[in-house]
Design a protein around this ligand. Sequence first.
Ligand code: IPM
Ligand code: MG
Length: 352
Amino acid sequence: MKYTIALVKGDGIGPDIVTEAVKVLGKVGKKYGHEFDFVETLAGGSAIDKYGIPLPDETVKKCKEADSVLLGAVGGPKWDNVESSKRPEKALLGLRAQLGLFSNLRPAVMYPELSSACPLKESLIPEGLDILVVRELTGGIYFGEKKRTETGAYDVMSYERSEIERVVRRAFDFAMLRRKKLTSVDKANVLETSRLWREVVSEVSKDYPSVEVNNLYVDNAAMQLVINPSQFDVIVTENMFGDILSDEASMITGSIGMLASASLGQSNVGLYEPIHGSAPDIAGKNIANPIATILSAAMMLRYSFSLKNEAEAIENAVKKAIQDGYRTKDICKDGDKLLGTTEMGDVIASYI
Ligand code: IPM
Ligand code: MG
């Protein structure tokens, strides 16, 4: 089969890490007989530099026409002072909205070999942490009306029932494929949108009788993630709570440079990107960790192209590289084998 993948390398280390994911995909294509066609396009700071705006129509068009999108990272201090409507982050928000990517999957997985990087004290370090955060991605306070008045400012958080239902259903579907435990996070003691959220979760849960459902307030959820992260399987929550909790969950794994994400809508076109940012201070130095992006490519194969074996081949190659002691600088300790970005890509590609 032939697949077209839009590549948004982005800013900072984006080009470094996307190049390695492309290398690994090339190897997968060769081994399994697929053709991956890559179409490069600009978004974020690099688009601001070239076109004066973070998300040109041409970029959206190329992404919509492709079978999926692989993105490195956008943003950096160079664009910190541009006006708010033109910030590089707007490219991400615009792509999510225009591609209808309402559900964001952020797996927080702990690699046993890296567990010592978990910032929790020894007695709290979970064994084999494996959480899936499902974050609503195209609604809520991120996309509500925003305004600066003479004396203040506001951002509106609003949700339609249908917007909640579709992402909650998706979270239940994933819970069914995992340990059948769903925690819905809200602030129903204060927010009306959260009371609606909870109502919808309760209605949808009737279609998934075998899934155990729990509702937590977001402040409590933030605390539980630190004191007992292993209690969670799938967490589903609205856009901003999901932004915050997914950072917290990923940090606990100690593997932030290793975590991938997928943003999916109703069709098969998804946007896949590492959880980490553009790290401009180490851009172009061949030290960034490409693994999160390589694993994002694996998620693409699984969710957009239904290539399960090929996805597993990538995931197993990454596991083997870690087990064999290969590390990029961010995760390297005494006794490990230090590799650059390119060399890590080479090792993983060779293990496919
Ligand atoms: C993320 C990021 C973005 C978000 C920013 C860069 C707009 O923090 O993907 O989690 O808040 O969604
Ligand atoms: Mg975030």
